[in-house]
Design a protein around this ligand. Structure first.
Ligand code: ZN
Length: 261
């Protein structure tokens, strides 16, 4: 729930004129933006104003932060918020941005609610406990420039943040009703099991097999597929698609650049 002062401050931020240059950056870098209906473009730019006012950005590894970096990240992060009642990733305070894939010293799952992406070179990670999210700028830019390959590190990491909103990193975001939780659990656990078995048998899958790691990674990976490969996802996993469509209140089929199969 979002109360009084915060709600009004955010309303004012959303209603402000969009700073000069933002729209050009988004149109240039975030390929999906131009395909969105005009009312969704306006809503997205409004969410970005709140997001960029509330979140702290930090350049790491010598990266000098620019509007281009902040705006390109914000546009993709806020795509997940369209049409929904949102509290703007309440568990997230800081976004740390490295110039390129960075080397992490930990190997494998590192516990403590920290989810890492990539094998040894990391594209991004986020942690429930630290209130931080880490991204590699080159991976961010690549994800924004190629909107239909099923891979987008920003969508992936911010899906983890949505998962954290109910305080459990379990692959289930906060849902409106008990019936929604029941439907979600039924569909997601069945689909997770299918992916896990395909991972074991080596059968080809549309969904990135990294999602077989655990239910939290499954939700992050199917979020990428939902926004980037909606046509194929709906065809091969109609129930999964319907659950994600209900949660995200969007049908990416209507604006996706994914070619017909
Ligand atoms: Zn992940």
């Amino acid at each position: 729930m979002v109360f009084g002062l915060t709600r009004r401050r955010r309303e004012r931020l959303r209603a402000q004129p969009v700073p000069a240059g933002w729209r050009a950056i988004v149109e240039q870098n975030v390929r999906i933006f131009r395909r969105l209906p005009p009312e969704d473009q306006t809503e997205l730019l409004g969410h970005m104003q709140v997001f960029l006012a509330e979140k702290h950005f930090e350049g790491c590894g010598g990266l000098e932060l620019t509007d281009e970096i902040r705006v390109t990240i914000a546009a993709q992060a806020c795509l997940l918020l369209l049409h929904r009642e949102t509290d703007y990733y309440p568990n997230l305070t800081s976004i740390l941005v490295y110039p390129s894939e960075y080397v992490a010293h930990e190997a494998g799952p590192i516990g403590g609610g920290i989810w890492e992406e990539g094998d040894h070179d990391r594209l991004g990670e986020t942690a429930q406990s630290l209130g931080a999210l880490v991204l590699a700028w080159d991976a961010v830019r690549r994800g924004a420039a190629v909107p239909d390959d099923g891979m987008n590190v920003v969508l992936h990491e911010f899906a983890h943040q949505l998962d954290f909103e109910d305080h459990l990193a379990d692959g289930t975001p906060a849902l409106p009703t008990r019936a929604d939780y029941a439907a979600w659990a039924r569909v997601m656990s069945a689909e997770f099991e299918v992916l896990r078995q395909a991972d074991e048998s080596g059968a080809p899958t549309l969904i990135d097999k990294y999602g077989a790691t655990n239910p939290a990674e499954f939700f992050a990976v199917v979020t990428e597929a939902f926004f980037e490969r909606p046509r194929a996802l709906r065809e091969l996993h109609p129930e999964l698609y319907a659950e994600l469509q209900r949660f995200y209140q969007q049908d990416p089929m209507t604006y996706s650049s994914e070619p017909a199969r």
